[in-house]
Design a protein around this ligand. Structure first.
Ligand code: FAD
Length: 465
């Protein structure tokens, strides 16, 4: 076998100067030839270290071998045995922290581009026309309600349907998909792809009811009268603010609102869609995670002349994916590092016009393992802005914990679960994803859905709690 190239097969993408003027997806994806070339880099290790890094345990060498042999049907079949959302995961999973981190090729260079190959297989299947669903299993007569249609809810629902249970998802918004639909922008995850994968879950037999707020329309206790078990996957949609003076001025958004207006409510297609959004010329985004990168890149596409990331630590500590930081830099997003906003100023109409910041230096590592930012006294300075997006984090949605008696809740508003089963303190109620862990990742939410599906199935079969 020839020695594999130390570099990933590159993926073609829209040039930065073109893509900042549109919301189309940035990378084009691999062609069949490129996918085969990349798949041939895989060493087919016997101990499969990459699979240990995948929370949903996809047979990664198996599907890559199929691609290398040009058997794309076999590749997608292998992936879908474990993952109902492959086109999504191939695009947004932090592979560098998961499967690709354990690839043996990292010893000589770059890992196999597992995410790009997963995306290729899923997109290739979609291009063939109808997406295949496995045959329907014999019904068990048991009914499960799933609250929330993000990756955790979709995974648990898909798995339970394939075990023969009747599953109904209740979703508060008018479209299913959770953050995949309302948070992650079109240029990173096109919404027709989310719709395609949600429809696959429907094909497995799952019913999805939208515009249904559990805790308001019906409580968990009411659902327990109609269903044999309930899974709560309501995510972490409650935005944090910094609590600094002036944060209530006009033009200051939570990232959640800013991105929801743009993605779910299509503000970027105004006037075709009549959703208003501030199209600022000088936009500051506070934070250093994926959410912040998404907001800063959205601002550019909405016409900002300057889009700035304001982050209190250095680039090394940024939690965003490396690829997202690189894309933002290529597009001209300015990075103001070791900088913390302390106050906002407004014009006579109450619109934000300036942001006062203080410079920071890094001290010893804190509880998160990252070096603690320390303000440098007397280093305050001002930056003119007309729009600010606060992207410093989110907490779990509080509605269900508040309306469900006996549901144990942790210090940060998270539902307390047994991570091995997803069981909560209420019999028959399971939970998983961001509502249990706090804001995390798509694949971890899916992994939690998979774990809970196994435990729910056992509970339905044995009645044992
Ligand atoms: P969610 O996706 O939040 O879904 C929860 C669903 O429950 C929502 O649809 C909500 O409307 C619904 N809901 C809430 N309350 C109720 C109720 N009372 N009744 C009915 N329905 C309810 N992760 C990555 O891996 N890679 C990325 O690149 C990435 N980028 C991100 C970018 C942004 C802008 C954001 C916000 C997050 C990003 N994440 C990323 C994180 C990832 O999207 C989340 O960790 C993941 O979506 C959590 O899944 P979930 O199913 O737990 O919850």
């Amino acid at each position: 076998m020839p020695r594999p190239s130390p570099k990933k097969t590159p993926m073609r993408e829209q040039p930065p100067e073109v893509r900042i003027k549109n919301f189309d997806e940035v990378p084009y994806g691999y062609s069949e030839e490129e996918a085969k070339e990349e798949a041939k880099r895989c060493l087919q290790c016997k101990n499969k270290p990459c699979v240990q890094g995948c929370p949903v345990e996809i047979d990664i060498p198996g599907f890559i071998k199929a691609i290398a042999e040009g058997d794309f049907w076999r590749a997608i079949k292998i992936i879908k045995e474990k993952n109902v959302l492959p086109a999504i995961c191939g695009r947004v999973c932090p592979q560098e922290e998961q499967c690709e981190k354990y690839c043996t090729l990292t010893k000589i260079g770059e890992p196999v581009a597992i995410g790009r190959l997963e995306r290729f297989a899923a997109d290739w299947e979609a291009q063939q026309g109808e997406i295949e669903a496995p045959p329907k299993p014999t019904p068990t007569g048991k009914r499960v309600a799933v609250v929330g249609s993000g990756p955790a809810g979709l995974t648990v629902a898909g798995d339970l349907a394939q075990m023969g249970h009747e599953v109904v998802i209740f979703e508060a918004l008018h479209k299913p998909g959770g953050v995949l639909m309302y948070g992650i922008p079109e240029f990173r995850l096109p919404k027709h792809i989310v719709e395609r994968e949600v429809n696959y879950v429907r094909k497995l037999g799952v019913k999805i009811i939208t515009s249904f707020v559990v805790g308001k329309t019906k409580t968990i206790d009411e659902l327990l009268q109609e269903f044999d078990a309930v899974f709560v996957g309501t995510g972490a949609g409650l935005p944090w603010f910094m609590g600094i003076p002036g944060e209530n001025y006009n033009g200051i958004y939570s990232a959640n609102e800013y991105l929801t207006r743009s993605n779910l409510m299509r503000a970027y297609l105004f006037p075709e869609y009549d959703t208003p959004i501030a199209r600022g010329k000088r936009v500051a985004v506070i934070g250093g995670g994926n959410v912040a990168m998404d907001a800063a890149r959205t601002a550019l596409r909405l016409g900002a002349e300057k889009s700035m990331i304001i982050y209190r630590r250095s680039k090394k500590e940024m939690p965003a994916r490396i690829e997202e930081i690189a894309h933002a830099e290529e597009e001209g997003v300015e990075f103001h590092l070791l900088t913390l906003p302390v106050k906002y100023y407004a014009d006579e109409n109450g619109w934000v016009k300036e942001m006062e910041c203080i410079r920071m230096k890094l001290g010893e590592p804190d509880a998160s393992g990252r070096r603690r930012p320390i303000p440098i006294e007397g280093s305050n300075f001002k930056i003119p802005v007309d729009t600010v997006v606060v992207a410093i984090g989110q907490s779990p949605n509080p509605l269900i914990p508040q309306t469900t008696k006996g549901l144990e809740v942790g210090r940060h508003g998270n539902i307390v679960i047994d991570p091995k089963t997803g069981k909560t303190s209420r019999k028959g109620v399971f939970a998983g994803g961001d509502i249990a862990t706090g804001a995390a990742t798509v694949i971890l939410a899916m992994g939690a859905g998979r774990v809970a599906a196994r435990a729910i199935d056992e509970y339905l079969r044995t009645g044992k709690w």
